[in-house]
Design a protein around this ligand. Sequence first.
Ligand SMILES: Cc1cc2nc3c(=O)[nH]c(=O)nc-3n(C[C@H](O)[C@H](O)[C@H](O)COP(=O)(O)OP(=O)(O)OC[C@H]3O[C@@H](n4cnc5c(N)ncnc54)[C@H](O)[C@@H]3O)c2cc1C
Length: 494
Amino acid sequence: MDAVSEVLVVGAGPTGLMLAGDLARAGVGCTVLERRTEESNLTRAFAVHARTLELLDARGLADDLVATGARVGALRLFGKLEVDLSRLPTRFPYVLVTPQYHTERVLEEHASALGAEIVRGAEVVDVRRDTDSVELDVRYEDGTLATRRAMYAIGTDGLGSTVRQCLALPFPGHSAVQSVMLADVQLSEAPEEVLTVDATGEGFSFLAPFGDGWYRVIAWDRRRQLPDDAPIELDEIRDITQRVLGTDYGMHDPRWMSRFHSDERQLPNYRVGRVFLAGDAAHVHSPAGGQGMNAGLQDAANLGWKLAAAVHGWAPDGLLDSYQTERYLIGRAVVRGSGVLLRLALAQSPATRAARWVLANVVGRFGSPPALVSRAISGLGIAYAAPRGAHRLAGRRAPDVRLATRKAGKTRLYEIVRGGNFVLLTPAGVGAAIVRRWTGRVDPATPADATLPMVLVRPDGYVAWVTNETAPASRDATLRTALTCWCGQPTDGM
Ligand SMILES: Cc1cc2nc3c(=O)[nH]c(=O)nc-3n(C[C@H](O)[C@H](O)[C@H](O)COP(=O)(O)OP(=O)(O)OC[C@H]3O[C@@H](n4cnc5c(N)ncnc54)[C@H](O)[C@@H]3O)c2cc1C
């Protein structure tokens, strides 16, 4: 048997790499097992949404990634219907269009630099669990088999998850769309927009740039519904693109083409004892809305700090289970939202076609959909349930507030969150003696806006707790209770 790890992560896709970075940042011994021997230059995701960029910012990675892509301030869905992102209250009021391999590279470099071990050519073939540990059978590139043991294991091994299958977990759902064609092509004529997309009753076509002269086209033709393994011709893609977009932009010289079908599925339980599932291993849906990778990265951000707390032995009761309660509901909303977009795009029934027409021609012509839609697509609207009686901000995303004083060169909340700890936003000195008792888990910071209430921000950037209490004795008492509830017993043991 190989060495025992604290955490084994199965799969070095975006979800696994993000998780590995967060665990390593928290000082947890973490190994990622990846069956591919090399990084892939094939890509699926192109859209990185605002909330994901904020999460990357809270790890010091957003600026690097933004430099690799193009910013798009309005997301066109179909017809004239556009979702305006340019007025979102964030440093990133746009969707970043960049191939998935850039996101993976940035995450992998970060995780490795923090000490996570990434082992390629290591395929997990079996999973066993008991009350104290998890065992994974791993087949290495040279054919040898070994068993690795860990305190916890996470399946971030994508749609066909071996971890999920080995544990015989159900993955209920259905097929959403068949015979979607993908190709990487050259264009004779560059499209005017960064993202070009439209859908009619006949089908849809979507074009996105890799940034190096190549374009990804995703197309679907209602008249050509074939199995995934049916041969594919560029002419099929050109034909539907011409019919939907009015031109095929002189598509030529494909370097890669594929046909696939897309499912809508969700795992009912993201946790089974010491095994967790995240990303596509836990939920899948069509590419409509560009949400899958974003949801996986957010799963990882939610789970990483909770798992670290459990490994370090201070996780309060229920913290690990809150990964399921929080992320299952978000996953369900993402699967449903993407399904609604897909069905509107593929509209066939008279009622859905009428709804599509109204959205494309009436809402699209006279304005953009309500802010609720841009907040949902960008992920800024994600919020977790708060206990009854909690402050109205509890569970919501903490905005990147300015700080009153530079703290080690940091001027914004998200720069402090990079430490991986809870952050207590509090007027200078207030609560300092109490917070010291949770040193290493909570960092105090003073917001520039002196009218803000005292706020405890979770390591994943969501609001844990808020108080408007100003009377010192009761404020201190409620702060102590909140810190114990969220951050475990004080580190000084008193
Ligand atoms: C056409 C298309 C377009 C898309 N566009 C977008 C978009 O614009 N925005 C967006 O957010 N999402 C998009 N998605 C979805 C997105 O690509 C996925 O949601 C994302 O890749 C999921 O990441 P993951 O890390 O969970 O899984 P994956 O990326 O699938 O990674 C899983 C990893 O696990 C490894 N693995 C599998 N089995 C084993 C094993 N037994 N042992 C060891 N390793 C294993 C695999 O080799 C792989 O590296 C799109 C998807 C498609 C199909």
